[in-house]
Design a protein around this ligand. Structure first.
Ligand code: NAD
Ligand code: MG
Length: 308
């Protein structure tokens, strides 16, 4: 049975049709209310667009084998759907409490006739990171795309109010897990494989309420560049995608202070928040062989916020 709460057909116009980027999606004004827990796509209002009814594949990832962390919702889910439509099989991870969302993404991918496996677990857990790669390799019969996308963002006023628990969890999930997953994946990655890390505009323009989160994103930028130098001679390309304000569960679930939510994304030159599916083509490009000479790059997808 299809759960209507997951209906994400904000638009049915595909990403290859000429559109005005200002009005491709409406400018949203979310309520100044936090979502409970770590946030579910199913509970978002307004709905986020994962591309279920719009992303059109063109065979760019035929036969590829992808592992995507945090693929249950938001940018990771939109990327998983796009990868499947481009011909890839996908393993995605999610936090246990977000199973409903993971199942929804699996349903959309299965409809493409692609293999999909959803694996719950906590990226703070060292053993999980290791086991996860082993399971993905087993399910997919190898691995040639790793998307390090799972992330934690909790807005807090005043550094003195950031608990040790939050500080460590943010660093564990956002940056330490990337090191661990790359180390575990490397023995399986053949030349032509790609690693894509999700960073953020926050790496360059940190919000005063996100000093822990933003500093992990700056670390991810640096890690991406350094690792890219190390792995390029092996034929493995490492790049990053840096989203701007994108309407995903992480934002209303504590990523922004509730009072900031109604204005979310409005300060961009496009005047609106981005939708998760607008990120997917960047990941597809960096995963696909067409970006063969793109190494250590950060693709900014942020509605026009000028970045270095
Ligand atoms: P999201 O909430 O949809 O996705 C984040 C996912 O991370 C969750 O679905 C969850 O499965 C996973 N996750 C969180 N904590 C975890 C843990 N401890 N263990 C395992 N998995 C965990 O939000 P999103 O915005 O799509 O986030 C995806 C990435 O995009 C993150 O790295 C985020 O920092 C980055 N990003 C988002 C924005 C934005 O505006 N939404 C902007 C810049 C960067
Ligand atoms: Mg989620």
């Amino acid at each position: 049975m299809v759960d209507a709460s997951h209906d994400t057909d904000t638009t049915t116009t595909d990403q290859l049709t000429l559109q005005d980027p200002v009005s491709r999606y409406p400018s949203i004004t979310p309520p100044a209310e936090a979502l409970p827990g770590t946030g579910l796509d199913a509970e978002m209002a307004p709905k986020a667009d994962l591309g279920e009814h719009s992303y059109r594949g063109t065979g760019r990832l035929e036969g590829r084998k992808a592992l995507i962390t945090g693929g249950d919702s938001g940018i990771g889910a939109a990327t998983a759907i796009a990868f499947a439509r481009e011909g890839a099989d996908v393993v995605l991870t999610y936090l246990e409490q977000e199973e409903e969302d993971a199942k929804n993404v699996a349903r959309i991918i299965e409809a493409e006739g692609r293999t999909v496996e959803t694996i719950p677990g906590d990226l703070r857990d060292k053993k999980f990171c290791k086991d996860l790669v082993a399971k993905a390799v087993e399910t997919l019969g190898g691995l040639d795309i790793l998307v390090n996308n799972g992330g934690k963002q909790v807005a807090v006023e005043g550094i003195e109010n950031i608990t040790d628990e939050q500080l460590e969890a943010t660093y564990d999930v956002n940056i330490l897990a990337m090191f661990r997953l790359v180390k575990a994946a490397l023995p399986h990655l053949e030349p032509g494989s790609t690693i894509i890390n999700t960073t953020s505009i926050q790496a360059y323009e940190p919000s005063e309420t996100l000093v822990d989160y933003a500093s992990t994103k700056a670390a991810i930028n640096n890690f991406t560049k350094g690792l890219s130098q190390q792995l390029a001679p092996k034929g493995i390309r490492v790049n990053a995608v840096a989203p701007g304000p994108i309407w995903t569960p992480l934002q209303p679930a504590g990523g922004q202070l509730p009072d900031d939510l109604p204005e979310f994304g409005k300060a961009t030159p496009l005047g609106r928040a981005g939708q998760p599916t607008e990120l997917a083509p960047a990941y597809v490009f960096l995963a696909s062989p067409e970006s063969s000479y793109v190494v250590g790059e950060t693709l900014n997808v942020n509605g026009g916020m000028v970045s270095p």
